[in-house]
Structures are given as C-alpha cells and as structure tokens.
Ligand binder design. Sequence first.
Ligand code: CA
Length: 258
Amino acid sequence: MTHSYTTAFAASQPAALFAATRARSVLVVEDERDIAELIALHLSELPANVTIANDGVSGLDLALQQHWDTIVLDIRLPGLNGLDLCRELRSKLSPVPILMLTARSGELDRVLGLELGADDYLTKPFSVIELRARVKALLRRSAITTAAQNDAAAHKPSSLIRGQLKVDRLQRRAWLAKGEITLAPREFDLLWHFVQHPGRVFTRTELLDEVWGYSHDGYDHTVNSHINRLRTKLGDERTDAGFIHTVWGVGYRFEASE
Ligand code: CA
C-alpha cells in the first residue's frame, strides 16, 4: 500500500476540546489498518490531528514533508521497516519524538541495541490508555523543544560585522567598507553561512548540504563558481588579506582581518 489518509476522527470531537489547546499533529505509520485506526481514534482525543501511513515508504515521505509533533512507528512494515525509517529520519537530523511499536520483546531488544534514537517503545499488544499517556508525554516534550527552537531563532543575530564587512540577514544586504555589494540570492546565502563561522573550514560537500540544501557528487563546480563570483565581489583578488581562503585538498575557510 502506498497511500495514506487523514482520519476524520478529529473532526467528530466536540469543538470545546480543541478550543483549549492547539491540536498537535501525529503521524501513525502502521500497516495493520484496525490497529492504525484504533490508535488514531484514541490519539484524536488528546486532541491531535492524526494522519495514517500504511507502509514505510509513504510513512517516510510524509514524515519528511511537514512538521510533526510525534510519530508512532510500527517496526514491521511493508516496503521500508520501522527501524530503517527511524534511522533515515535521524540521519536527516529530524528531532521529531518517535514512539516505536514492536511485535515482541525480542524486537524491542533489537531497537534498544541499535540505539536508533527512538524516544519510547511499546510492545504489542498494548493498552490504548498506555499508548495515549506515552504519546501525550512526547507531545509535551515536543512543545518544549519547539518553544526552545523558536527562542534560539529569535536570538540569532540579524546582522554580523567581520572586519570591513557587514552582512544583514533580514535585509539580505552586505556592505564592504561602507559600500554596498550586490549579491545574487545564493551568493548571499553562502556569505551569510561563512560569516557565521569565521575560521572554520568547509568542504564543498558541506557547503552544498548546508547552503544549497542538497549534496550530490558532481556539483563541486557549482560551489567553485559561486565562490569565485563571491570572491570577486568581496575584492579578494585585489588584497593580500582576502575573506575566503582556499584550503588545498579540503575546501574553503572564511576569515576577516580586523
Ligand atoms: Ca505491522
């Protein structure tokens, strides 16, 4: 099965239940439809908007598509199993709380042994009351994490000054010795990335990953050409103390002399 659907259970709950708290979003990845719908029914009472995926591949797609407050993840799934799905999510640095469902205690040993980064576990058959309590705890934790992330984003500096260079993140503008330099969007992103980490060496792959948001072999020339244009605009070829330095065999490092 490759489809998923949003349950109608949440809509059937009294409106008063939703007024007090914003309904949280929960993704349930479980191929056994009876179990999935039972879980959805009980979690919708938290309240939560519950979406069900019936296999691992669509589960992973959905997990990566939007923000979830918690994911309930069965281990035995067609396509991609729950262990691999969890590993994949964590490799993409997703911080979403994950509750894993295991069919037997032998599987639980494996989950614990692999240290996949799941946050909690329940062995089937489980009590729905217990499941609801566990998910509620994870939702509470996810609310705290989200609040902390928002705080961190709010405290991120809106502009940075490095030597003669000033870069403003919100205006997306940059000035060098009081004269403004005109940057293409990606050049600006690249410069902002560098000025946040003076002295640190980045490989081309890291820059692709962190600035472009993807990393594929064969795109090194993309990084090189952007770096070259940025260097020209920063006047790096005209001065001894340039901003962007090539670290031979590794990548690039940004430095600003005072
Ligand atoms: Ca299953």
